[in-house]
Ligand binder design. Structure first.
Ligand SMILES: NC(=O)C1=CN([C@@H]2O[C@H](COP(=O)(O)OP(=O)(O)OC[C@H]3O[C@@H](n4cnc5c(N)ncnc54)[C@H](O)[C@@H]3O)[C@@H](O)[C@H]2O)C=CC1
Ligand SMILES: O=C(O)C(=O)COP(=O)(O)O
Length: 599
């Protein structure tokens, strides 16, 4: 079960302490066995946490239409409840019965949704790219993983962008409506050519770069603004990255492909429209919010913007009498960028795999609010992950007095260069170990840093660079809690902190130091730490008390200062000794102090 405790903790629930809740208490699933298997899965680079469902399935609420192939994948693993067009209130009511939720862009996954789920919701899957409709901060605070499907609709969105660009330039929508109304207005619908014109692609990510590639094929001169895109990737397809000011000033056409963030909100506004070429044409298949829609109407009326083609709106659907939608120089579609048969099938599979994987405890490759750890790294770190959680768990159980745990220092000693050691996973597990034994909060990879911060727990990390060949990622890990008393005084180091140190030996986490005493005990089951006067027969005395009530001793080690002086004995036990036995151990005359700790 040692692997179970470490692995289940990665993304799921409290489980590793004997006193902690089991999976049954956390997920309304009757998961019986958990084990870690760091193999590759399909094409994805993700580790696996294998969970065997014995008699119940998780429930996945699909709140917007999803392709059949995705639904089929979900149904193999979960109960699937497809309920479309839910009001916010209905969603909040239903969510308390669901382990996962899948949405597209039409559902607001607000803080209320996470609050209403009362901890049951473990995964939100966004069947598409933009996660601006999901309250990520609230998800993280509630330990809920958010995954998206970032690749399957890229081409569809890019093709829609090009469709809008060409349709706008040649007045296709307006001309179509005119002919259908019985008119024949050949002079009214004279268009503009694309060839030789400058297109500014704003946001050179997946969609933007595909739009750029296609526009080059149409003979356009393409420039792009993206502060975070690598210039060589743009150069490779003949696109020059330029500043925002230069892009908007030079463009005949502007196509928007950035995410909606605080920085991009209303990035096209009165001020920026004023800097554009008169007669510029604008395409938006990103998010409505990147344009100040009132400012766009003004710019259209003033002739600064000759035309706009919009797939997305600040409010969707937009008001029926929206001036922007009704404007004769504006072409609109109802957020159709991702809506091709192919993209929807792809997105459905992509999100279903991500959600099922996350429910199984895998670290999702498309996690939006959790560190993504490549499979190779995870395979190597697995025993250290276990060690980290157990050291945190041990250290906090040694704390006494009411001052609270505020300041924790973690030291990683390794021969690896700091850049080769990503400690986020280890830090999250130490945090989990520190917090869970003393609270009802469950901590996972998603919410570890947030939970620590919220509790005023400051975790500082230090790395010690060792000489030698860096075969293993870490030589030892040390956890120190400052400014606290200990119920086991020997755990206080010479510098005044509670200190525990451990290492991985033959793939098994070991405790190797308590305070200033060196011990060596594998971190499995539970542990009795006992300081005694070093004298013969102590091991036998303690062993026979435990043996009398059939408590199996898995490990024993004695660390002493000097022969016949003080020694700390660490005893690993498979079963929990009775209070009576613990009392008897404490009554052995040579025993000066002892503590029983659950791992
Ligand atoms: N209309 C639709 O149905 C669809 C819309 N989308 C939207 O298209 C947008 C782009 O999607 P992807 O290309 O998949 O995302 P992406 O993440 O691959 O690309 C976004 C790019 O925008 C850049 N960016 C961020 N802040 C910027 C700023 N201030 N100025 C300029 N560039 C900035 C990023 O560096 C990144 O390269 C998203 O908003 C997404 O929601 C995506 C698919 C379908
Ligand atoms: O993937 C995106 O960002 C989209 O905008 C697509 O939205 P949709 O899934 O079609 O509601």
């Amino acid at each position: 079960m040692a692997a179970a405790s470490a692995s289940s903790s990665l993304l799921t629930s409290k489980s590793s302490s004997p006193t902690a809740l089991s999976w049954k208490n956390q997920l309304p699933l009757s998961f019986a066995t958990v084990s870690l298997d760091c193999g590759r899965r399909n094409h994805r680079n993700s580790h696996r946490l294998v969970v065997f469902a014995m008699d119940a399935k998780p429930t996945v609420l699909v709140a917007e239409k999803l392709g059949q192939a995705g639904l089929d994948l979900l149904k193999d693993f979960a109960n699937v409840d497809c309920a479309y067009n839910l009001s916010p209130e209905e969603l909040c009511t239903k969510i308390s019965l669901c382990d996962a939720l899948i949405v597209r862009s039409g559902t607001k996954v607000s803080r209320e949704v996470f609050e209403s789920s009362a901890g049951r919701l473990k995964v939100v899957g966004r069947a598409g790219v933009g996660i601006d409709n999901v309250d990520l901060a609230a998800a993280t605070e509630h330990g809920c993983l958010v995954v998206n499907a970032p690749t399957a609709n890229t081409v569809a969105a890019a093709e829609h962008g090009i469709a809008l660009l060409t349709a706008m330039a040649r007045n296709i929508a307006q001309a179509d409506a005119s002919v259908k109304a019985g008119k024949w207005q050949r002079n009214k619908y004279v268009g503009v050519s694309l060839v030789g014109k400058t297109l500014a692609v704003m946001g050179f990510g997946k969609v933007g770069s595909e739009v750029a590639r296609r526009a080059k094929g149409l003979g356009m001169h393409v420039i792009s603004h993206d502060p975070y895109a690598p210039a060589d990737r743009a150069r490779a397809i003949g696109v020059e990255l330029v500043s925002f000011e230069e892009a908007i000033a030079k463009a005949d056409f502007i196509s928007l492909h950035m995410p909606l963030t605080a920085a991009t909100n209303k990035i096209l506004n009165d001020e920026t429209f004023a800097k554009m070429k008169k007669g510029v044409r604008i395409v938006n298949v990103a998010r409505g919010g990147v344009i100040d829609e009132e400012a766009l109407v003004k710019a259209l009326d003033a002739g600064i913007v000759a035309q706009a083609a919009l797939d997305v709106f600040t409010e969707e659907p937009p008001a029926k009498d929206s001036k922007l939608v009704q404007h004769e120089n504006v072409t609109v579609t109802p957020h159709l960028g991702a809506s091709t048969m192919e993209a929807q099938e792809g997105v459905a599979i992509e999100i279903a795999e991500a959600v099922v994987g996350a429910l199984k405890g895998e670290l999702a490759a498309t996690a939006v609010n959790a560190p993504m750890v490549p499979a190779e790294v995870l395979t190597e770190l697995k025993p250290y992950v276990e060690l980290a959680e157990k050291l945190g768990r041990l250290a906090v159980q040694l704390v006494a007095g009411g001052s609270g745990v505020k300041s924790v220092k973690v030291t990683y000693a390794s021969a690896r260069a700091p850049d080769d050691l990503d400690t986020r996973l280890l830090r999250a597990m130490i945090t989990k170990g520190l917090i869970e034994p003393i609270s009802s909060v469950f901590v996972n990879l998603v919410n570890a840093d947030f939970t620590a911060k919220q509790r005023g727990l400051r975790i500082t990390e230090e790395r010690i660079l060792l000489d030698g060949s860096p075969e293993s990622p870490l030589e030892y890990v040390q956890v120190q809690i400052a400014n606290v008393e200990s119920k086991f005084a020997s755990a206080i180091s010479d510098s005044g902190e509670i200190k525990v140190e451990g290492k991985v030996k033959d793939g098994i986490p070991h405790l190797t130091k308590v305070g200033s005493f060196e011990v060596d005990v594998s971190l499995e089951g539970s542990l009795i730490l006992c300081r005694q006067v070093d004298q013969p027969g102590m091991i036998g005395k303690v062993g026979s008390i435990l043996g009398e009530e059939n408590v199996n001793v898995s490990f024993m080690s004695v660390g002493r200062v000097a022969p016949r002086k003080h020694a700390v004995m660490a005893i690993g036990v498979d079963d929990q000794p009775s209070k009576q036995s613990l009392k008897r151990i404490g009554e052995i005359p040579a025993v000066e102090e002892f503590v029983y700790l659950k791992l």
